[in-house]
Design a protein around this ligand. Structure first.
Ligand code: KE4
Length: 445
């Protein structure tokens, strides 16, 4: 379905106008392309595996709205379901069938989930899950992992990944020390450090929250025994284990990381794929925990647009299409082909690189491997990445504009798309080795 690109001011005019009325010209920091020293992409539309700018130029898209678009842009089943739902009304502020139908699907797909509460963002999901865990245990301390990102709620902006790492921000101003002081952080994959925390604070530890596959420091998979080790330690101390599956849910396996690694969490947070591009997220888990949430229990959490009928329709359509087509094995194969191809292209040029795929999430670091934690991820040269990134973008491949993000793949990406991407990566690596080339164009914000 090709349409004439809409006539509009060139991107630089949009960027100027955006920066006049929005901080950094963006609605979310990592979209600003700052760490790669470029003017940001201004998207006009998406179609399948491609995103198009205002001038109508298409880019092979491996960001996919930071994960939600597992079927690609404007997937017909999703678009048709949302259009149908919209004709019945945009929001009810009342119970409706579609939220029940999506909650039933989540309970059927995600191991250990008996009850679900919908919210509007991953941040809401994680902050609510932590509040629930603190209420259920009567304990205030939480443990997170360096480089993991659980959204921008105060408790999580401690050595966070994603945009916080991308912009090399200190732990965010505005978060009171009394709050961040309740959050402990240790290196990802480091069970010895976890043991130290439990030894010193175990009786006060309400929750351990972890990305079961870390996707906000590049992609860092759990080492053998890491997730199992967290489960054992939480059980021994009476601490709740929260899997933040906002990114991994419905992507690293049909049932997410719990299914992929065979480790059960007490609570899981979900988002991204769950909403198919609309603002839908959820926290979920055992009934004995979830029944503590108001109005059944006293843990308060609420939301004007939670369970929004359009978001529910999008989520149902996307999950039903995944159910019908079961693309998970094929997606993992393609993601592995992409990663292996990038590593081969780097190796052929004598460049250090390591990386892997987990389902249709993937990541490559241009540094000697393996990378097990955030410190390892930060060994890669950011200026090299910025030169490489710009060269890929100029050749029509849109990766996440940060070394501290995971890549994604959709069912719309073809083998030919991946082959083309590998050609581009080779040319970009050649160009990026020319250190004389300035990665920061004039006027980059
Ligand atoms: P949101 O509040 O952005 O919907 O979700 C927060 C969140 C929670 N947990 C995990 C594991 C996440 O990856 C995220 C958000 N992911 C980032 C990208 N890595 C969102 C992109 C952005 O901030 O613009």
């Amino acid at each position: 379905m090709s349409r004439e690109p809409r006539r509009s001011p060139v991107a630089s005019d949009w960027i100027r106008r955006a920066r006049d009325v929005m901080p950094g010209g963006v609605s979310s920091p990592v979209r600003a392309f700052r760490s790669v020293g470029m003017e940001p992409l201004f998207a006009a539309r998406g179609e399948g595996a491609r995103i198009f700018n205002e001038a109508g130029r298409g880019y092979l898209d491996y960001v996919l709205s930071w994960g939600p678009l597992i079927l690609g842009h404007a997937a017909p089943p999703v678009v048709e379901a949302v259009a149908r739902a919209a004709r019945d009304g945009m929001s009810f502020g009342a119970c409706h069938a579609r939220e029940v139908e999506l909650a039933e699907r989540v309970a059927a797909w995600v191991p250990g989930v008996e009850m679900v509460r919908f919210v509007n963002s991953g941040t809401e999901a994680t902050m609510s899950a932590v509040r629930l865990a603190r209420a259920a245990t009567g304990r205030d301390l939480i443990l997170k992992f360096e480089g993991c990102y659980h959204g921008h709620a105060d408790p999580f902006l401690v050595v966070a990944g994603s945009g916080v790492a991308t912009l090399s921000l200190p732990d965010s101003p505005g978060v009171p020390a009394v709050t961040s002081g309740l959050t402990l952080a240790v290196p990802y994959n480091d069970l010895e450090a976890v043991d130290t925390v439990f030894a010193e604070h175990g009786s006060r530890l309400g929750a351990v929250i972890v990305e079961p596959v870390a996707g906000n420091a590049g992609l860092i998979p759990p080492r053998e025994g890491f997730l199992e080790g967290l489960r054992e330690r939480c059980d021994r101390a009476g601490t709740l284990l929260i899997f933040d599956e906002v990114m991994t849910g419905f992507r690293v396996a049909r049932g997410g990381a719990q299914e992929r690694y065979g480790v059960g969490a007490d609570l899981v947070t979900l988002g991204k794929v769950l909403g198919a591009g609309l603002p839908v997220a959820a926290y979920a888990g055992r009934a004995d925990l979830m029944r503590r949430v108001a109005p059944e229990g006293s843990v308060y959490q609420a939301g004007t647009l939670s369970g929004n009928p359009l978001g529910m329709a999008a989520g149902i359509a996307q999950l039903d299409e995944l159910e019908r087509t079961d693309p998970f094995a094929d997606l993992e194969r393609r993601a592995a082909t992409l990663v292996d191809g990038i590593l081969a292209v780097a190796s052929a040029r004598g460049l250090p690189a390591c990386g892997t795929a987990a389902g249709s999430m993937w990541g490559v670091f241009f540094t000697e491997g393996p990378v097990f934690d955030f410190e390892g991820a930060r060994r890669a040269d950011p200026e090299f990445f910025a030169r490489y990134y710009r060269a890929c973008f100029e050749r029509g491949v849109f990766f996440a504009p940060s070394a501290f993000e995971a890549g994604f793949l959709s069912t719309a990406h073809t083998d030919a798309d991946i082959a083309r991407t590998l050609e581009v990566v080779g040319e970009a690596l050649d160009e990026a080795q020319d250190e004389s080339w300035d990665a920061r164009p004039e006027g980059a914000g």
